[in-house]
Unconditional design. Structure first.
Length: 263
């Protein structure tokens, strides 16, 4: 193994979990030491003072013997103390694909997981869950418009609010990666079809979105789940599959909105 290979091996050491975890039997340690020794011998060729001196010279270290060479290599790699061979072994890939994660990072990830909101994923058994309580509080600022839309198009005000929550989280200026705009995320062509001139105007957006919901409810026998599926994936797909389309995004969308609506 040439010097560049050695340097490369040492550089990637910190990116891998080096040493198998959970296997601490004497045999496993012996085998690991043997494998490591073989690799060192491969790097050095024949473990002689001459070869150590050559490698030491390439690494910019002194060449006063094998033991001193190992001490200096230990210093080069930032290791200190006791058994350099065992320490160097810990730097090598040793049969595991795990990635080393510092304890501090593990704690951070654990805290993040504990604080993750339930609506980041909706399982089949949380319809109506109290985890969604007060989730529509943001609709209060648009209450007058929502009530007007509900009365105009005979759509439950809470259903309108639930759609707004899921579509934009009550952000008037929300724009999706697909180009949907405003509170109820109207696509430009849909907005034009519904007579909207400014999708970022709360009243125009909510009135148009409620109108479209009414059309979907009429088309699918006032079934809110099918109307919501059509709102998300298109009426043609709901018709094609004779129900909620088998798309994870659409199925999750319907569950989330219904959670907001039924809680």
């Amino acid at each position: 193994m040439d010097i560049q290979s050695l340097r490369t091996m040492l550089e990637i050491q910190a990116l891998q979990t080096l040493g198998s975890t959970g296997n601490t039997s004497p045999n496993s340690v012996t085998n690991s030491n043997s494998i490591f020794s073989d690799m060192i011998e491969e790097m050095l060729g024949d473990a002689t003072t001459t070869n150590n001196a050559k490698l030491s010279s390439l690494l910019g270290m002194s060449s006063s013997g094998s033991a001193n060479f190992m001490d200096q290599l230990s210093s080069l790699t930032g290791m200190t103390g006791g058994n350099t061979n065992n320490s160097l072994q810990s730097l090598l890939y040793n049969g595991t694909n795990s990635v080393y994660i510092p304890a501090s990072l593990q704690a951070t990830l654990s805290n993040m997981q504990a604080s993750t909101k339930l609506d980041s994923y909706v399982s089949d058994d949380v319809i109506g869950s109290t985890a969604y309580a007060n989730s529509l509080a943001g609709a209060n600022q648009y209450a007058a418009i929502i009530d007007k839309a509900a009365a105009t198009y005979n759509v439950p005000a809470k259903l309108i609010a639930a759609v707004i929550k899921q579509e934009s989280n009550f952000n008037t200026f929300a724009v999706s990666h697909a180009g949907a705009q405003g509170l109820m995320q109207l696509m430009p062509k849909t907005a034009q079809y519904l007579g909207v001139t400014n999708s970022f105007d709360p009243e125009q957006n909510i009135m148009a979105g409620a109108k479209y919901l009414r059309q979907m409810l009429d088309k699918f026998d006032n079934d809110p789940t099918l109307a919501l599926a059509a709102y998300n994936a298109g009426a043609s797909r709901v018709t094609k599959y004779n129900g909620i389309p088998p798309f994870k995004e659409t199925q999750n969308y319907v569950k989330k909105v219904m959670n907001y609506y039924t809680v």
